[in-house]
Write a protein that binds this ligand. Structure first.
Ligand code: ASP
Length: 585
């Protein structure tokens, strides 16, 4: 129907006869001449309906209202000096209309299209209107480009795109499953996949060698700004590979996707052992855009007069005293420091000691009177501070101190404006501990599932075993991760044993995988990249809902379709299900 898109026209098209299709973004009647801003996915152009040019078109234009669907035929002309609109890409030109057709009318919309100050619930209910802007279109154009770049890269590297089932059995990512009742088997359920993990491993046993999928994953977890009940992963698996091989592919993939979106990033990425990340940044996903770093100072306080520190310093394996030197931190006001103290208290800090560094290395602050000269000098030297700097201290049990000091570091990064939004600092966090011991229970560390290959399975202490797992981190966000998998039955059995998974339980849950390992499973490994998070990064959005066409709310509802919703009693009957209403409390 059209000859051109609205915002692709420019001065060079002056004199061109065009047919444009789109929506009336706005209209103005200026004493007989009607101006309509016509919008399509590319943006806006001004239509002029002058009775002197075409009385018919002008008559139709008098009926136009916001969001009417229009088809306009006319000629491009320069607006002329003084009439240009510098805010519009097409602000130097306009289209003089000689034929106008109202293709469809619109009721008044529940909000003005493009108004960003509208309550999100209303925007989600009318998501199709919310998406009717060039800005939204650009987000999804980029998402599409990224997906296509990923496919092309993986295809060129010998990866086969294979779909795996959505109706399946529980998969081992550790979140709660979404279940689907079976009509044919009363009381039995499918689970929606938390990831294609087990199937991609089976494809390696089949000898497919390299697999990928842009896969939907489902996890029934508490939602946050960057989580949705269903999300998308670029899921990859390969055979006969080392950790380095997998990392190379993942880096190539990310570099290619960024390049397709016009951003150059440098590879290889840094690699940092888990322990270093935790000790220096207090997190396994450090934001390396700024170099504030935690410093170990526990030994300095072994004999200090500051009783709390002295007591904590007696147990070096379990406890930590960490200093966080902040260059120029002197400028933090007392109010700001107090707000930080309140902030860390939420994460278990019993207080937040600090000192300011003055001229001639003089220290100032509530704890200074307890410190000996020797301790002061050791601190200044270890923290490498000078006049105008500030040092925060975290002291207590290792887990709690690392956690809140990591959060403090992050908060300071925001407060002091240290996070350059245009910089992408990628890194791999490697050498994760294989197991985590929490309140007497052994757990597989972090996101890694029980099929992750340990580096040193014969280690006496299970705490010292590391896994061949790797996380891709950028700007403090975990973008993805993966591991080399266990491909030998004996090792898998040993890992299950350590985890306290009984043979029967393992059989019941992953029997099919264990069986497959017996039939010549090749060494293999892979990774998955959170595709929605990747698009958030590329579009600089901090809400995952902005990069998903039809997202759910933080309460896991789809306001557009009203899902989840009640179903007919007959449907329940067919599924052998009786609903028990939750007790009112
Ligand atoms: N299945 C893992 C996940 O979804 C990724 C992997 O190990 O490949 O996080």
């Amino acid at each position: 129907m059209r000859t051109d898109f609205c915002a692709e026209l420019n001065e060079e098209d002056t004199g061109k006869e065009v047919v444009l299709c789109g929506w009336a973004n706005s209209y103005r009647d200026h004493g007989g001449v009607i101006f309509i801003d016509l919008r399509d996915k590319t943006g806006i152009i001004q239509l002029v309906c002058d009775p002197a040019d075409s009385p018919e078109a002008h008559k139709i234009a008098t009926e136009v209202r916001d969001e009417y669907v229009l088809i306009a035929k006319g000629k491009v002309r320069l607006r002329g000096e003084g009439l240009e609109n510098p805010k519009l890409k097409t602000g130097k030109i306009e289209v003089v209309v000689d034929e106008l057709k109202i293709e469809n009318r619109s009721e008044p919309t529940p909000f003005v299209i493009g108004d960003e100050n509208v309550n999100e619930e209303i925007r989600l209910k009318y998501r199709y209107l919310d998406l009717r802007t060039k800005k939204a279109y650009e987000t999804f154009r980029l998402r599409s480009k990224a997906a296509i770049a990923a496919r092309n890269f993986l295809d060129a590297n010998g990866f086969l795109e294979v779909e795996t089932p959505i109706l399946t059995k529980s998969t081992p990512e550790g979140a709660r499953d979404y279940l689907v009742p079976s009509r044919l088997y009363p009381g039995e359920f499918y689970a929606l996949p938390q990831s294609p993990q087990l199937f991609k491993q089976l494809l390696m046993v089949s000898g497919f060698d390299r697999y990928f999928q842009i896969a939907k994953c489902f996890r029934d977890e508490d939602l946050r700004a960057d989580r949705q009940p269903e999300f998308t992963q670029i899921d990859v698996e390969m055979s006969f590979c080392t950790e380095d091989d997998v990392i190379n592919i993942a880096e190539g993939l990310i570099k290619t996707i960024f390049a397709a979106c016009g951003i150059n990033i440098k590879t290889p990425f840094k690699r940092m052992p888990y322990t270093e990340a935790m000790e220096n940044y207090g997190t396994d996903k450090p934001d390396l855009r700024f170099d504030l770093k935690l410093v170990d100072v526990i030994d300095i306080f072994e004999n200090t007069n500051l009783k709390v520190f002295r007591e904590i310093a007696q147990f070096k394996k379990l406890n930590r005293i960490k200093a966080l030197p902040v260059p120029g931190g002197e400028k933090l006001t007392r109010k700001e420091i107090d707000s930080l103290t309140e902030f860390v208290a939420k994460f278990g800090a019993k207080g937040l000691a600090w000192v300011k560094v003055k001229e001639n290395n003089e220290l100032q602050g509530p704890i200074v009177k307890f410190l000996s000269d020797e301790e002061k000098n050791a601190l200044i030297e270890r923290c490498n501070v000078k006049n105008g700097d500030l040092i925060f201290f975290g002291a207590g049990s290792k887990r709690v101190v690392l956690d809140y000091m990591g959060r403090l570091r992050d908060r300071l990064g925001d407060m002091l404006g240290l996070k350059d939004p245009n910089v992408y600092e990628f890194l791999w966090v490697v050498d994760f501990p294989m197991f985590e011991i929490e309140e007497g229970h052994v757990k597989v560390k972090a996101l890694h599932h029980p099929f992750t290959m340990p580096k040193n399975i014969d280690e006496e202490e299970i705490e010292d075993m590391t896994s061949q797992a790797y996380d891709m981190v950028v700007n403090g966000v975990e973008l993805g991760g993966g591991s080399i998998r266990i491909h030998k039955t004996e090792i898998q059995k040993k890992v299950f044993e350590i985890l306290g998974i009984t043979q029967e339980e393992a059989e019941e849950k992953f029997g099919f995988l264990l069986e497959a390992l017996k039939f010549g499973a090749p060494p293999h490994g892979g990774f998955a990249i959170g595709f929605d998070r990747l698009i958030m990064l590329l579009t600089k959005k901090d809400n995952i809902r902005d990069v998903i066409a039809f997202p759910k709310t933080q309460k896991a509802q789809c306001l557009l379709t009203n899902a989840p919703s009640k179903v007919e009693p007959d449907q329940l009957k067919e599924l052998h299900i009786r609903v028990r209403e939750p007790k009112k409390v």
